[in-house]
Write a protein that binds this ligand. Structure first.
Ligand code: DX5
Ligand code: ZN
Length: 230
C-alpha cells in the first residue's frame, strides 16, 4: 500500500485582507491549514497570532497545524488551544528538551510536533519521536515564504523516515519551505508525507488546481507504507 499524502496550505501566502474567503475556497481540498506564528525574535519576522487563529476558527473546520516560530512556545499553549489550534509544532532550537511542553500540549488536548531548521541535525529530535504526532524538517530558513527549496535537507527526511518506520511509529513527516510541483516529488521520495505549501497554492491563479497538482506529484513518488517496506 502506498503511503498516504497530506497537503497543508500555509496561510502566510494568502491575502490577509480576504483571509476567510481564501481559506473557504481551498478548505474542501486540503488536509490541514498550516498557520505560521512568528515573534520577531526566534525568527526575524512577524506574522500573526492568537486573534487571527480565533477568527479563522469561526469560519473553518480544518485542523489548524500551528508552526510556532517563537522563543517561548510553552507560554502560549493554552491560549492557542482556546483559540482553536488543533496541533502545535515547536522548534528544537527554541526548546532543546521538549518533554515539558509536550506534556502541557497533551494535557490540553493539542497534537504535538517537533521541527528542526536546515542546519540542525536530525539526531537532536530523534530521542523525542515518541512524543510526537508529527515531525517537521524545514527546507528553508524559517521566517519568510517564497524562498527556494534546499535539497540538502533531504538526507534528514530519509533519516526521519527510517527511524519512524523502524520504531513502528504513527508520526507524520512534514516538510515546509519551497514546496511546489518541481520539488514535492523529491520530498515525497525521501519519505515526507505531509507537505506544506504557501506560494505554490495561494499565489497560483487557481489554488484548487494547484493543490490537485501537488497531491498528484507527491503520490507519484510516495513510497510504501511503513509495514510494507522491505
Ligand atoms: C516559513 C514558513 C513556511 C512558509 C512556506 O517560515 O514556515 O510555512 O509559509 O512558504 P512557501 O511555501 O512559500 O515556501
Ligand atoms: Zn511553516
Amino acid at each position: 500500500m502506498t503511503r498516504p499524502v497530506r497537503i497543508a496550505a500555509s496561510i502566510l501566502a494568502a491575502d490577509f485582507a480576504r483571509l476567510g474567503e481564501e481559506v473557504a475556497r481551498v478548505e474542501p481540498h486540503l488536509d490541514l491549514l498550516h498557520v505560521d506564528v512568528m515573534d520577531g525574535h526566534f525568527v526575524p519576522n512577524l506574522s500573526l497570532g492568537i486573534p487571527v487563529i480565533r477568527s479563522l476558527r469561526t469560519v473553518s473546520a480544518l485542523p489548524f497545524d500551528c508552526h510556532l516560530m517563537i522563543a517561548n512556545p510553552a507560554d502560549f499553549v493554552e491560549a492557542l488551544h482556546d483559540a482553536g489550534a488543533t496541533g502545535i509544532t515547536v522548534h528544537m532550537e527554541a526548546v532543546p528538551d521538549p518533554r515539558g511542553i509536550a506534556r502541557i500540549a497533551r494535557s490540553v488536548g493539542l497534537g504535538f510536533g517537533l521541527v528542526i531548521n536546515p542546519g540542525t541535525p536530525f539526531a537532536t529530535m530523534d530521542p523525542y519521536l515518541e512524543l510526537c504526532d508529527m515531525v517537521l524538517v524545514m527546507s528553508v530558513e524559517p521566517g519568510f515564504g517564497g524562498q527556494g527549496f534546499m535539497p540538502s535537507v533531504l538526507s534528514k527526511v530519509e533519516a526521519a523516515r527510517e527511524a519512524i518506520d523502524r520504531r513502528g511509529l504513527e508520526v507524520g513527516l512534514q516538510i515546509d519551505g519551497g514546496i511546489g510541483p518541481g520539488t514535492i516529488g523529491q520530498a515525497s521520495r525521501a519519505g515526507a508525507d505531509v507537505f506544506v505549501a504557501g506560494t505554490a497554492i495561494f499565489r497560483r491563479p487557481d489554488p484548487v488546481d494547484a493543490i490537485a497538482d501537488l497531491r498528484r506529484e507527491a503520490l507519484l513518488s510516495a513510497g510504501p507504507l511503513g509495514a510494507d517496506r522491505s
